[in-house]
Design a protein around this ligand. Structure first.
Ligand SMILES: Nc1ncnc2c1ncn2[C@@H]1O[C@H](COP(=O)(O)OP(=O)(O)OP(=O)(O)O)[C@@H](O)[C@H]1O
Ligand SMILES: [Mg+2]
Length: 371
C-alpha cells in the first residue's frame, strides 16, 4: 500500500500539523462565533475541517458538513442539505417528525437502502421551492439543537452559493443565522477571491458576519520529517536536501507534496534504497506526461496576454503591475493586464497570496517551462 495519499481528505496518520489552526477553529466555534476559512486550492482546508469536526464531536457538538459544490439549483440545495442534516441522526424517525412539523410543503420519506439501513429523503411532489421553505430548512439545525445541545454547520465551497442567485439565498441565510442561538457556522472554500468578496464587501449580506482566518503551507521542517519517516518505513532513505527539493517541485502545496511522494515511493519501493534528485525529476516528468495534453489545451485556449502573463508568473509573481515588470516580461498595459489577471484568478489557474501571484498547479508551471 502506498503510504502517501492525495485526492481524498487526509485522515489519521496521513494528516500532520495544523494544530494551531485546528485549535483556532475549535475554540471560535465552540465559543459561539462564526468563522470564515480562506486558503487556495489543495492546501488542506477540507482535511483540517474534518480534523476539527472530530474534536468538536468529542466535545458533544452536533456537526453538519455540507459541500456546496454539487448544488446547482434551489431544489438540489434542499435535497442535499436535508440529506446532510439527516446523516448524523441516530433516530431518523424523530428527525422525520421534527422535519414534518417545521417544513410543511415537502414530505419526508423514510426508506431502507440495500444494506437494510434506514435512509431519509424528501418528496417535493410538485411544490415550489420558495424563500419560506428555504428559511424553514435553514432553521432545522437550530431545531435539532433542542434545549441543551449545540449544532455546528460546516459549509464547504461556500462561494458556490452564488449559484442560488435567483432566490436571495445570501440574505436569507444571513438573517436566519442572526436569529439562531444554538447554531454556529464555518464557511470555507477554495475560491478565495469570491469568499473575500462575500465577507468583505460592505454591500453584501455577509459583510463582517464572521471572524476570519487563513491557512498557508505546512511548515517545511515538519513536512521533511513526515516524508523521511514514511520513506524510512519502506527502508528508503531520503536526505534533507532531497526532501526540500520535493517540496520545492510541489510548490510547497500539501496536495502536490503527497502526489510527488506517492509517485516517488512507487518508483523506488522495489528497486532503490535512496531517493535522489534525479529520481525526483524523473517522477515529476512522469506526472507531467500524464497531464501534458490537458495542459497543452489549457495553454492553447488562453489569449495572447494571458499566455504572456503565465510565462511571466512562472518566473516571478511579485509587483506584477510595476512598470519594470511589465517591460521585462513584455506584458500589455495595466488595464489589459488586470483583465488577464482577473480572468486567470476566476478560472482558478492563478492565485494571489501575501501580495504575490502564483500558478496554482506546479505541474502546469513545469509544463510552461518547457513551452
Ligand atoms: N494536514 C495535512 N497533512 C498531510 N497531508 C495533507 C494535509 N492537508 C492536506 N493534505 C494533502 O493535500 C490534499 C488536499 O487536501 P484537502 O482536500 O483537504 O484540501 P482542500 O484545500 O480542501 O482542497 P480543494 O481546494 O481541492 O478543496 C490531501 O489529499 C492530502 O494529500
Ligand atoms: Mg476542499
Amino acid at each position: 500500500m502506498n503510504p502517501f495519499s492525495y485526492g481524498t481528505v487526509a485522515r489519521g496518520d496521513n494528516f500532520y500539523d495544523r494544530k494551531v489552526e485546528c485549535t483556532r477553529i475549535v475554540e471560535t466555534l465552540s465559543g459561539g462565533n462564526n468563522l470564515v476559512l480562506y486558503a487556495p486550492r489543495r492546501f488542506g482546508k477540507t482535511s483540517l475541517v474534518f480534523k476539527a469536526i472530530e474534536r468538536l464531536e468529542r466535545q458533544g457538538f452536533i456537526c453538519i458538513y455540507f459541500d456546496f459544490m454539487p448544488v446547482f439549483s434551489p431544489e438540489s440545495f434542499v435535497r442535499l442539505y436535508t440529506k446532510a442534516l439527516s446523516m448524523k441522526q441516530t433516530n431518523l424517525e424523530k428527525f422525520a417528525q421534527t422535519f414534518a412539523s417545521i417544513i410543511k410543503n415537502i414530505r419526508p420519506l423514510l426508506s431502507f437502502n440495500a444494506e437494510g439501513s434506514p435512509e431519509f429523503s424528501v418528496d417535493f411532489a410538485g411544490s415550489t421551492i420558495d424563500e419560506t421553505l428555504i428559511a424553514q430548512l435553514l432553521d432545522m439545525p437550530e431545531k435539532m439543537a433542542g434545549a441543551n445541545k449545540r449544532v455546528l454547520v460546516f459549509f464547504d465551497e461556500f462561494q458556490e452559493v452564488e449559484k442560488l442567485g435567483n432566490i436571495n439565498f445570501e440574505g436569507l441565510l444571513r438573517s436566519r443565522i442572526q436569529q439562531q442561538r444554538s447554531t454556529n457556522y464555518l464557511f470555507f472554500g477554495s475560491k478565495t477571491h469570491l469568499l473575500k468578496e462575500l465577507f468583505n464587501n460592505k454591500k453584501r449580506a455577509f459583510y463582517n458576519a464572521a471572524s476570519q482566518m487563513s491557512i498557508g503551507s505546512l511548515p517545511e521542517e515538519d513536512t521533511i520529517a513526515y516524508l523521511q519517516r514514511k520513506f524510512a518505513a519502506s527502508a528508503i532513505a531520503l536526505d534533507t536536501e532531497t526532501a526540500q527539493y520535493i517540496i520545492s517541485v510541489a510548490a510547497n502545496i500539501p496536495h502536490y507534496i503527497q502526489l510527488m511522494a506517492a509517485e516517488i515511493w512507487q518508483y523506488t519501493v522495489n528497486s532503490h534504497h535512496k531517493v535522489t534528485k534525479k529520481i525526483v525529476d524523473e517522477c515529476a516528468k512522469r506526472l507531467l506526461a500524464l497531464k501534458n495534453d490537458y495542459y497543452m489545451e489549457l495553454f492553447d485556449n488562453q489569449s495572447r496576454s494571458k499566455k504572456q502573463l503565465l510565462q511571466a508568473l512562472r518566473i516571478n509573481g511579485k509587483n506584477i503591475f510595476s512598470t519594470a515588470y511589465i517591460a521585462n516580461h513584455r506584458l500589455p498595459g495595466v488595464t489589459t493586464l488586470q483583465r488577464a489577471v482577473n480572468g486567470l484568478i476566476n478560472d482558478g489557474t492563478i492565485e494571489k497570496m501575501n501580495n504575490e501571484y502564483f500558478i496554482t498547479d506546479p505541474f502546469f508551471k513545469l509544463f510552461l517551462a518547457n513551452t
